[in-house]
Design a protein around this ligand. Sequence first.
Ligand SMILES: [Zn+2]
Length: 394
Amino acid sequence: MFEDDIKDKVKNSNLFEVVYKKDKFVLNGKEYPIGYTSYIAIQEECRFMDENLFKALLGIYDDLLRDFTKENLDYYHKGIIYVLNSLKDNPMFALLGVENVKDKIARLFSARKKNHYLAINDFKEHGIDLSTAEKADYADEVMHSLNDFLSAMAIGEIIYNSVLEVNGYAALVFQITHRIVERGARNKSQLADAFGEFLSDEYMQFIFRTASQPFKTRATVMPVIENIKGENCIFRKVYYNNLKDFLNTDLFEGYIQGHYLWRCGICDRYFFMTTAHKQLYCSTKNPKYDVPCSYVAKHPEVVKRKMERQNKIDSPYYLLWKKRNDLIRKNKSLGKYDEDRLLIEYVYGICPQCLKNKEKKSIRQASLLLGLTEDGAQKKLKSILKKLKKNLQE
Ligand SMILES: [Zn+2]
């Protein structure tokens, strides 16, 4: 019953829309760097998703198709809610706005709609009763819900397909990334080599069908005009009717931009980078040292001192990183000049700009505030003073 129509609905419903802006994409009003879905996909919640729960939903759906009763319809409705709830903490489905689907589900499965669906099934099986004007009106009203009926039926399979596609994508990203890191691809050309090698690998072609299907999409593309800082720009809005098209597109568009995953040399976790030649270590907090790996890399003493075992919060490195982080956040980017100025201000207790008196700090305190070592701060101070002297003599 209606199987072909439902299949058609599964294939051709626009599930979500994405706007592409240079090296970013916009989804549900939020902007992400192109390629970012690869980072989401390697999160554990995506890489190790259990398909069985979603397969069970298909079983319920089959039961409903075989025996279209109110009981089975309610059960199918419940199954969808349950499955959506289990997906809401999954970062990929959160990105896609699975929370917003709930309203749609509530509308599609209202008591009134469910009665219409049961009536549609009845019409299909026993024909439409048009013997009185009232019955004809009712039939007319019911048939207005046909499109919603098809959507409601399609949604179970759409969810199931989406889960499979996220699983497949996570595996694909993992395999490609493994090769990129293994080959040490640190720039766009090396990345292209590694990606090309992956695509031409026969075994990978067999698993991921990279030779034919993965980068073929069925998306609808529309131009949109948006005003950015007083100037009109043309962007590409793409309507996707399945997840795979969006994810695969995002992956290789990300590669075009030089956005890809790298394995941090310190914590071994994968991180997403947009400037390959600059990033070797991740900037998320390393649980072992309480500071980001990129900080550990610049301050090897962190690793040595860790042997002393301290409380997280008491750790001078944590405080140091936090202060510096807060400072950088405050100033957006702390320029070299600002750092020099602050050092002078802290150590001499006077602001070189406004010449106002400030609280004087020890070299040690000042170095902590600026994220320098004590020794480093001392050297820096010397070089600033030398520079100032030179300026004075000129
Ligand atoms: Zn790391």
